[in-house]
Design a protein around this ligand. Sequence first.
Ligand SMILES: Nc1ncnc2c1ncn2[C@@H]1O[C@H](COP(=O)(O)OP(=O)(O)OP(=O)(O)O)[C@@H](O)[C@H]1O
Ligand SMILES: [Mg+2]
Length: 353
Amino acid sequence: MLFFKPKSFLGVDIGTNSIKIVEIINSDKKPKLRNYGWLETYGYLERLNDAIQTSSLKILEKDAVKLLKFLISQLKPKTDKVVASLPSFAAFITLLETPLMSAADTAKTVVFQARQYIPIPVSEVTIDWLKVGEREDEEGVKKQQILLISVPNERIKSYQSIFKAAGLKLVALEIESFSLARALVGSDPTPTILADIGGRSTNIAVVDQGFWKYNGRTDFAGGSLTRAIASSVNIDIKRAEDLKKRRGLSGVGGEYELSTLMIPFLDVIIEEVRRVKDAYEKEYQGKIERVILAGGGANLLGIENYFTERLGLTAVKGAPFNKISYPSKLEPVVNEMGPSLAVAIGLGIRNFV
Ligand SMILES: Nc1ncnc2c1ncn2[C@@H]1O[C@H](COP(=O)(O)OP(=O)(O)OP(=O)(O)O)[C@@H](O)[C@H]1O
Ligand SMILES: [Mg+2]
């Protein structure tokens, strides 16, 4: 618990492929960007064990500390207070419905019900909950929707020790889909799918009335596209990565038809988005109205049009810089940096919006 609100926070996003940091200062108007930085690794494309964070829930703590220390030495932030993200797969998230009751009673009920939903003993997890909706059922009984979030204690300890070793103070941990929702949707009630196309995986979240409601995930992501190019064209990963970024889906001509190599993998991602959309609409009677793309993969040239066409749903690139003020010299690059920094920005503004 913080008794006074610090003037600034570091939003830190530890991905499989990179570490990203933004320093956000509180301000009377929009929260302000003071500084930002990120480091990428390519090792994960060649050797799966090299990922900073692997799906087996194990972070290579030593690597994360080294990269963090280096970034901090460059950024020289004015604060050591960190709000960091947890990958969605690191937590158990469940949407519950209970009769409408006071917050104190809800807290008791939720911890009691948690046993039912968590595959490991309740004593080994930290439980958090959030009220995300209310409705009256067919019999006129008032119900509330509660999001139950459980994170293994071991996972939390590991994050605490990473930041401590890097000389920083972890003040909050948050599921990355929630940070993305804050940075890209905010209080806009439009039912939206957020597709975060990272290096190693794509996370797909449904946000409705400004709240996270549903999650999906696939292991097909930016790295799959790079590997497809590298193996078909027979070039190394680094060159394939450059080629992908330069040409994307648009460019026709040249020696190889790159887009045809990438499309089967993009289609797998799109199918997963469609599955999440159908599942959500069926279960919650909502109607998804748009897709917002995030993660470095959202920068693939032509991806918005391709998603829009295949899904029959408007897909746009996420623009988290709209939520903050920043130095005008950054204007030419915010459009491209936005999708990659969206999680970090959402974390950085957590205490200021
Ligand atoms: N201009 C671009 N065009 C196409 N792909 C791009 C572009 N810029 C970045 N990418 C891809 O984005 C991916 C990295 O995205 P991001 O930085 O969001 O990953 P991450 O957060 O580290 O990974 P994850 O979320 O899976 O843990 C890489 O596959 C990279 O090739
Ligand atoms: Mg990411």
